[in-house]
Design a protein around this ligand. Structure first.
Ligand code: HEC
Ligand code: HEC
Ligand code: HEC
Ligand code: HEC
Length: 414
């Protein structure tokens, strides 16, 4: 089946998806992809003759890897059937200039002339795209728990002492709620390394991996904060007065704005008193707190503890990580609905090979494959998200693009 129609520049074109999405979507999509130039757009004017000649090029130069159908059966080789025409052209030129650092492809296109590149791009763009990956590894992939639920699971072992969701109900046990992840992790590492001396905590946390720690820190940071459910017998008004000297570091009302200085709001009073004593006698060795702790008598410490215990703790400024589905929504802004790009410059991702998507996303993240847009987008992706997004797009139904020239450009929809 041939779906080729004459093309003009994007702004004047209504792009209809062969699979039946509303035609206006092509126009509504606004992205700013600077890389393509006029030569790359020439491929949109390809004729049936050009496509036929492109097929001959493909037969001799590409088919042994990409197949004449553009649907790859080989690990590491991407599907290129139905891929967006300008994108194909653009990437061929990038390979030619050595820009993707891939020897096989660079050597293949090195001596191709512009005409052949245009035609072979038009040919592969005109083909029916691959079927989505169904079953197999792609289906099984996204079962991994997200960071927060993994953190919650790991923190069940801590709840017996630190309280349900990190809100202490045992005098002497610190609340962990509202704690900045930086301070949390530094505290655990100080127990592990012995700088903060507490044999029991050292034993409890020594087996925790870095990933488990990060997940737990995130979980506690994002839970709804609450005051410790423990008695706080001091004089609150006197404590408030005494706290004037602490505000500079621990923040107004004990809500710290500095990730390495702990918040004190809502903290268990007994733990607070113990900590002050430990700073004073050197059991907890900290140059910053030694001074303030040494200059205060026991009655004042008790009042400070009561004052801070009564202050409302706040969640630290930590962004909740996005799920795979929430990420995919952002990716779709450029790559089209479910990875079916409406812009001939942006690659379609739908039904692409899983192994290729995984590898390419890691290459962008490491900076091995260069792209301004994708460097930004891949920066925040961890391994689980990369696997999840790759599986998501490999499973999507791919739709070819048909380009229709309209007599008048329709008004862009808001
Ligand atoms: C020896 C095997 C081989 C041959 C021959 C070959 N390719 Fe490739 N091609 C690959 C591999 C492997 C990749 C993935 C490289 C990478 O990750 O950058 C690739 C990538 C591509 C891409 C990038 C796809 C994307 O989604 O970004 C395009 C376009 C492409 N090839 C087109 C062609 C064309 C057109 C020909 C013939 C002129 C051709 N290739 C010949 C192996 C081959
Ligand atoms: C058996 C009781 C107990 C268990 C179980 C326990 N902790 Fe603790 N934790 C304590 C005590 C007591 C302290 C105060 C130690 C000190 O004085 O330094 C503490 C201190 C901490 C601190 C430092 C708090 C601060 O304000 O500086 C962190 C962080 C912490 N624990 C995390 C954890 C995590 C994570 C777990 C689960 C893996 C855990 N704890 C399990 C009793 C416990
Ligand atoms: C110059 C900055 C600074 C000032 C002033 C200061 N603190 Fe601190 N405070 C810190 C830092 C940093 C820590 C974390 C030290 C560590 O890792 O043990 C801390 C820790 C604490 C802790 C232990 C919290 C926990 O979760 O383990 C308490 C309690 C505390 N401070 C109370 C006070 C009080 C009360 C005052 C005022 C009298 C005060 N601090 C003044 C910087 C300061
Ligand atoms: C601002 C627009 C934009 C956004 C948002 C975006 N991309 Fe891209 N993406 C691009 C462009 C442009 C390219 C082509 C870059 C190049 O030349 O290497 C690309 C290329 C890719 C490729 C390589 C395709 C191929 O065939 O080789 C993958 C995979 C990809 N993006 C996945 C994603 C994922 C996953 C997200 C969301 C986390 C995302 N993109 C978000 C613009 C975007």
């Amino acid at each position: 089946m041939k779906r080729r129609v004459q093309i003009v520049f994007l702004a004047q074109v209504c792009i209809a998806l062969a699979g039946g999405l509303p035609a206006t979507q092509g126009v509504a999509q606004t992205i700013n992809l600077g890389a393509a130039n006029n030569a790359d757009f020439k491929v949109l004017h390809a004729t049936a003759q050009d496509v036929a000649e492109g097929r001959q090029v493909a037969e001799t130069m590409c088919a042994r890897c990409h197949g004449l159908t553009g649907i790859s059966k080989e690990k590491g080789v991407p599907h290129i059937a139905g891929q967006r025409a300008v994108y194909l052209h653009l990437e061929m030129k990038v390979y030619q200039a050595g820009g993707r650092g891939h020897k096989v492809m660079t050597n293949t296109v090195k001596y191709m002339n512009d005409d052949a590149i245009m035609k072979v791009s038009a040919y592969y763009a005109s083909l029916e795209p691959a079927e989505p990956t169904s079953g197999g590894s792609a289906k099984a992939a996204p079962a991994k728990p997200n960071a927060i639920s993994a953190g919650k699971a790991a923190a069940t072992a801590c709840g017996g002492c630190h309280g349900e969701a990190g809100i202490s109900s045992t005098p002497g046990m610190p609340s962990l709620i509202g704690m900045d992840p930086k301070y949390f992790i530094a505290a655990i590492n100080a127990y592990k390394g012995g700088q903060r001396k507490h044999d029991m905590m050292k034993t409890l946390v020594s087996g925790l991996s870095e990933a488990e720690l990060n997940n737990m820190a995130l979980y506690y940071a994002l839970e709804t904060p609450g005051k410790a459910k423990t008695p706080a017998p001091g004089n609150v008004a006197a404590g408030k007065t005494a706290a004037a000297g602490c505000v500079g570091c621990h923040g107004e009302g004990g809500v710290s704005g500095n990730p390495t200085t702990p918040s004190l709001a809502g903290q268990d009073a007994q733990y607070f008193i113990d900590a002050m004593r430990a700073y004073k006698d050197g059991a907890r060795n900290d140059a910053t707190m030694k001074g303030p702790a040494s200059s205060i008598d026991d009655a004042t410490v008790k009042n400070l503890a009561a004052y801070y215990a009564g202050q409302a703790p706040q969640a630290p400024k930590v962004a909740k990580p996005l799920t795979v589905a929430e990420w995919a929504e952002r990716c779709d802004r450029c790559h089209g609905v479910n990875g079916n790009s409406n812009d001939p410059r942006a690659p379609a991702l739908a039904a692409q090979r899983l192994d290729y998507l995984e590898r390419v996303l890691r290459a962008y993240k490491k900076g091995e494959r260069k792209s301004k847009e994708m460097a930004v987008m891949s920066e925040g992706l961890d391994d689980a998200l990369i696997d999840g997004l790759a599986a998501h797009y490999a499973r999507q139904k791919a739709r070819g693009l048909a380009y229709l020239v309209l007599p008048q450009p329709p008004a862009p929809k808001k």
